[in-house]
Design a protein around this ligand. Structure first.
Ligand SMILES: *[C@@H]1O[C@H](CO)[C@@H](O)[C@H](O)[C@H]1NC(C)=O
Length: 251
């Protein structure tokens, strides 16, 4: 009796850690206006009723609010997380507009590692896009501040688990998927130790921009487990850090 109680408590402890340990983008604002994202409750609504609310955030089965590991970099899970599928809605964003991603449910727990944001254009509506057809262009990246040794993810924590991204003002109107990704590096000293948290949201960009995205990269070609910014020791003074992924495009 005593030992089974201990087992139950231990299991609950692990569940609690699982929920508090990581996270998802649970909601976001566009120029200050609130939008609901995809949350884990919706996964259970889908399992139990077959339905869940139409949101711009992509469906995914990161049921432990966990990560995609480097040994899955060549699988479709790296696109927009595990077994992901497009959101049924899209959020409208004027070119030059600001999106603030809110990670949750708890405070983001990992202070080491970069934050990257990508866009991919959909040929039709992003709500029905084949995720493997998407070609990603990096529009934002932040690694470590060499003077303070503070990583982007520590900034995220300091900002209440919020991350702000500006859509390039010159971007042509159209249907895009925005992919926000945290790379938690606390285990990056080991091969397969990096933790990628990709999250996707459909957006419709409006305005009078004229620039198309450059040719992008399939998500399955973004990273290799041995890239210098993926496999490295974060527990030392970092004087040079190679942010993973393709070149930055600023519009
Ligand atoms: C947005 O998500 C955060 C993090 O999970 C949560 O604390 C907050 O209550 C959410 N906002 C709304 C209006 O639900």
């Amino acid at each position: 009796m005593k030992s089974s109680t201990t087992h139950i408590l231990t299991a609950l402890g692990c569940l609690t850690w699982g929920v508090l340990g990581h996270g998802q983008i649970q909601n976001f604002t566009v120029n200050g206006v609130y939008n609901q994202g995809f949350i884990l409750d919706y996964y259970y609504q889908k399992v139990n009723t077959g339905h869940f609310p139409n949101v711009a955030g992509w469906y995914a089965e990161d049921l432990d609010l966990g990560f995609v590991a480097p040994d899955a970099y060549t699988t479709p899970d790296i696109v927009c997380h595990k077994n992901s599928a497009p959101g049924a809605a899209s959020a409208t964003v004027p070119a030059g507009g600001t999106i603030v991603f809110q990670w949750g449910p708890g405070p983001w727990p990992h202070p080491y590692g970069p934050i990257l944001t990508y866009l991919a254009q959909c040929s039709g509506s992003c709500t029905t896009v084949d995720k493997t057809s998407l070609r990603w262009v990096k529009i934002q990246e932040q690694g470590i501040n060499y003077n303070t040794q503070v990583w982007a993810q520590q900034d995220l924590i300091n900002q209440g688990s919020k991350w702000t991204v500006k859509i390039p003002s010159s971007l042509k109107p159209g249907n895009y998927v925005i992919r926000s990704e945290l790379l938690a590096a606390h285990g990056a000293t080991s091969l397969n130790g990096m933790q990628n948290y990709p999250q996707c949201i459909n957006i419709v960009v409006t305005g009078s921009g004229t620039k198309s995205l450059p040719a992008g990269t399939p998500a399955t070609s973004l990273y290799k487990p041995t890239d210098p910014g993926i496999l490295f020791n974060p527990y030392t003074t970092i004087k040079s850090y190679t942010i993973p992924g393709p070149a930055l495009w600023v519009g």
